[in-house]
Design a protein around this ligand. Structure first.
Ligand SMILES: Cc1ncc(COP(=O)(O)O)c(C=O)c1O
Length: 433
């Protein structure tokens, strides 16, 4: 068993040391599939062990099998940060173990959640009066939006761009809805013409697509969707955070017309996994689509339950970590980090654009650069494997029109100009080999 104070102090010390030494660890796990499984006992322990044994094995057994998302040279997918106030918020949320199935089960969780989600709404410049709550991931938030859209429209078709995140297709598939993908234009934005929306339940527009961070024309899509009686859902899971900076609000044009919107603080707002915010301008219909109260949960004072707004009944106290982050950084602190990430991405994109050996594959947006070495797909693929194998940096890839492209995404609080410069040096060095 544990001694909570002593083991807790040791765990916190482990966490602090990890954050200090993570820049020296390989970014990408340097293990082969199954290597860790071979080291884990096949059966659970019969007798309890001291917590110190868990910490020891975390170091000796698990650490080599970690891909270190907290590493300042993690540039793959969308890079993220679990900031220290967010980590401590998680610790406290686990300690309190609120299971917010209805208001009386946790007035604090319910009311804090509504308040901090509304704080973020204000910080992002979104309309007054929207109802927002927290889901685990954008996949769930979008799934919930599709449920609401189908309920509100009585239709069964989902329309999105060819570059929309796979969670849209997955949500449609789970719900037995028909998915129609629409081609994008030269700037990778969803086309607004050449297709019909007469039977559409939901049009999904993306601000900050996963592969390219491109921005769909939300205003035109919203107007078309609404004229056809469809619901407009906006997926700004990654890029929505940038709206805390006035100069990035160009990409929010038309978002005020959305019926629902998802933004993930666990992507670019320094909150540890998981924390996805979803707002709706049509809270009544949204709630009707989900509400279902069994007898054992009926009480006189429970006028309000956030479980009425999504798939899950038991809800974690996720707002605590978001509250901690918003309070400890303040809007100013958060803006400074987002601005620095955008600056670093612009710097890197500049190096790519100035070099004859490299090219930008998509216009640089937010904190993402999509690029490739001039040459074959195979050369780029091998280059990515080689740089990732160094353990010094970790980038990911995508394809545009079948062509292989590299993605460098900046999202870690500790990433500096030196880290980005090192990534460029390594890419150049490995490419010249
Ligand atoms: C634009 C976009 N939407 C949705 C998602 C899915 O996010 P989650 O992992 O929170 O489900 C991602 C993931 O990267 C994304 O980039």
């Amino acid at each position: 068993m544990t001694d909570f104070r002593d083991d807790g102090a040791a765990a916190l010390d482990w966490a602090a040391r990890y954050l200090e030494r993570v820049p020296e660890l390989p970014v990408l796990a340097q293990v082969r599939p199954g290597e860790l499984s071979a080291r884990l006992p096949a059966a659970p322990p019969e007798q309890g062990e001291p917590f110190a044994a868990v910490l020891r094995d975390l170091d000796e057994v698990l650490l080599p099998a970690l891909t270190n998302w907290q590493h300042p040279r993690f540039f793959a997918y969308f890079a993220v940060t679990a900031s220290t106030p967010g980590i401590l918020g998680e610790l406290l949320a686990a300690t309190l173990n609120q299971v917010a199935i209805l208001w009386r089960a946790s007035p604090a969780s319910t009311e804090l959640e509504l308040r901090v989600v509304d704080w973020v709404r204000q910080l992002l410049g979104l309309p007054d009066g929207w109802h927002g709550h927290i889901e685990d991931t954008a996949s769930t938030s979008t799934l919930a939006a599709l449920v609401a859209a189908r309920y509100a429209t009585g239709r069964n078709v989902v329309v999105c761009s060819e570059h929309a995140h796979s969670s849209v297709a997955k949500g449609a598939r789970m719900l037995g809805m028909e998915l129609r993908t629409v081609p994008a234009d030269a700037e990778l934005r969803m086309r607004t013409d050449g297709y019909d929306l007469d039977d559409a339940a939901c049009v999904v527009a993306t601000v900050g697509t996963t592969s390219f961070a491109s921005v769909d024309p939300v205003r035109a899509l919203a107007e078309r969707a609404h004229a056809a009686g469809a619901w407009l859902h906006v997926d700004a899971a990654y890029a929505g955070t940038s709206w805390i900076c006035e100069e990035e609000r160009w990409s929010a044009d038309g978002v005020e017309l959305a019926d629902s919107l998802v933004v993930n603080p666990h992507k670019w707002l320094l909150v540890p996994m998981d924390c996805s915010l979803v707002w709706t301008a049509r809270p009544e219909e949204w709630r009707e689509a989900f509400t279902l109260t069994p007898e054992y949960l009926r009480t006189a004072d429970d006028a309000y339950s956030l479980a009425d707004y999504g798939p899950a009944l038991g809800r974690r106290f996720r707002s605590l970590k978001l509250w901690a982050v918003l309070r400890c950084y303040g809007a100013e602190g958060l803006r400074a980090i987002v601005r620095e990430h955008v600056r670093l991405a612009e710097l890197f994109a500049g190096w790519v654009a100035q070099s004859e050996d490299w090219e930008l594959v998509a216009p640089q947006r937010f904190s993402l650069v999509v690029f490739r070495r001039r040459g074959t797909d195979e050369e780029n693929e091998r280059l990515l494997e080689r740089v990732n194998a160094t353990g010094e940096i970790f980038l990911s890839h995508t394809r545009l029109g079948g062509r292989y492209a590299l993605r460098l995404a900046i999202g870690n609080e500790r990433t500096t100009e030196d880290d980005v410069r090192r990534a460029w040096e390594l890419l150049e060095q490995e490419a010249r080999r």
